[in-house]
Design a protein around this ligand. Sequence first.
Ligand code: ZN
Length: 88
Amino acid sequence: MKCVVCKGELKKATTSEFKDFQNRIIFVRDIPCHKCSECGEFVFSLKVGVRVEEIIDTLKESLTAEIAVVQYSLTEIKAVQYSETVAA
Ligand SMILES: [Zn+2]
């Protein structure tokens, strides 16, 4: 697998993503991805991106704290069901 930006070598890594909603922040940790060893670009698969959006959407509904931090892996089963629905 090669980097789309510089054609450098991609290595397995994890990253974090956050979304800011007015006065609330949702932070998703330990998202599996690939990181370019040359330019540092992070690459997600489409499936992972869809899951991250689903995690954030779900939290957005129920969130009462100003800042929520969630581990990507803990919500994986629910998110997998979502992506299968999308594929069908
Ligand atoms: Zn690169």
